[in-house]
Design a protein around this ligand. Structure first.
Ligand SMILES: [Zn+2]
Length: 230
């Protein structure tokens, strides 16, 4: 294998290696709490609290209405059973009765709109719960796939490292250094020569360089510094 070919193969391994490590890192990330799941759980907790608060506010309203209704009843009883004799007393009671009825009506309207709000919150809660279950199942599926894939992935990474080591052994340290230097600046570090031009920067190459490359020397493009592969 020519030097440039070996370096191109090393670059292929390196890219593959990076991708495999990336896959491993993503799988590790998926073992942690999923951001969407966390968000949905927070939303669910907030809605749970809201529904409870709405329910106790409604309960409070119902008690108030019941209390006022009780007072209405006692006034009505007093007015209609003839126990109120004084016209002034009668008038006071009738006035209070009117006030109580208006109050009750107001409270009942509030109750109605609060019930509607509670229904909306409950409906949203049902929706969020369903979304959460769906997302949790999706995450679990992904994790199961990760677990099943982990041994194969690890083996692939090890095999790749071993192949790269063998390839690297066939090269001189200075050639590897040139590759490492180039890789740090350019991707891909190894560029094919196509019709006498560098495929990395698309500029024509001097025939002197092409000649050297043909003799299996490590040649780099004078323009983009990539390692040239004939
Ligand atoms: Zn070039």
């Amino acid at each position: 294998m020519k030097v440039a070919e070996a370096l191109a193969a090393i670059e292929t391994f390196d890219l593959r290696h990076q991708a495999l490590l990336g896959e491993q890192a993503e799988a590790a990330q998926r073992t942690k709490t999923d951001p969407t799941v966390r968000q949905l759980r927070q939303r669910r907790a907030a809605l749970d609290t809201q529904v409870q608060q709405q329910a106790s506010a409604l309960k409070q309203l119902e008690l108030e209405v019941a209390e006022l209704a009780g007072r209405v009843k006692s006034h009505e009883k007093a007015i209609y059973d003839g126990s109120v004799r004084h016209p002034a007393d009668l008038q006071r009671r009738q006035h209070e009765l009117e006030t109580l009825r208006v109050k009750i009506q107001g409270l009942e309207e509030t109750e109605l709109s609060q019930m509607e709000a509670q229904e909306q919150t409950s409906a949203e809660l049902v929706e969020v719960r369903a979304q959460l279950i769906e997302r949790e199942q999706e995450v679990e599926r992904l994790r199961a796939a990760d677990r099943a894939n982990a041994p194969k992935l690890a083996a692939e990474i090890l095999a790749g490292e071993e192949e790269r080591r063998q390839l690297a052994e066939s090269l001189a340290p200075s050639q590897l250094r040139t590759y490492e230097r180039t890789v740090a600046r350019r991707r891909p570090a190894v560029a094919k020569v196509v019709n006498g031009t560098c495929s990395g920067c698309r500029l024509p190459l001097p025939s002197r360089l092409l000649q050297e490359a043909r003799q299996d020397q490590l040649v780099t493009c004078e323009n983009c510094e990539r390692i040239l592969l004939l």
